[in-house]
Design a protein around this ligand. Structure first.
Ligand code: RB5
Length: 147
């Protein structure tokens, strides 16, 4: 699967661990940066990864900043992006099954590495439950986008 990755400095180290994990699993990664641990502005990288997902160049995206908050907020400003900030695997799974999230965000200062890898795997392994109330609700979210 083609997966977009992005981080700021607060998420840089965890992003590298996620990247290695996903590459080992055979995924094709586009890492939009940041590319070192120096100060980096999360809106820039959140948007950059989100644009790849919104354009269909990547199927899903994973973002990491210090808390997961700033970078998820940034990604969610891009039309068509549904990004949830996850600190455990159940939310990650349900954010795809119920909300059809196409990106998740994690806090590099919040979750440990093993927890982060479990979160990412839960997200990737889940599938949106189509054809019922969840799909109707996601359509309602999209309608807010159009207002
Ligand atoms: C950067 O210091 C920090 O504010 C950022 O990584 C993130 O946590 C913001 O939401």
């Amino acid at each position: 699967m083609k997966i977009a990755l992005g981080s700021d400095h607060g998420g840089y180290a965890l992003k590298l661990a996620i990247k290695e994990h996903l590459e080992k699993a055979g995924h094709q990664i586009t890492d939009v940066g940041s590319h070192d641990a120096n100060r980096a502005e999360y809106p820039f990288y959140g948007e950059k990864a989100a644009r790849l997902v919104a354009a269909g160049e990547c199927e899903l995206g994973v973002l990491v900043c210090g808390t997961g908050c700033g970078i998820s907020l940034s990604a969610n400003r891009v039309r068509g992006i549904r990004c949830s900030n996850c600190s455990e695997p159940v939310t990650a799974r349900l954010s795809r099954e119920h909300n059809n999230c196409n990106m998740i965000a994690l806090g590099g200062r919040i979750v440990g590495e093993q927890m982060a890898l479990d979160i990412v795997d839960s997200f990737l392994n889940a599938r949106f439950i189509t054809g019922g109330r969840h799909e109707e609700r996601v359509k309602m979210i999209e309608a807010i986008d159009r207002d």
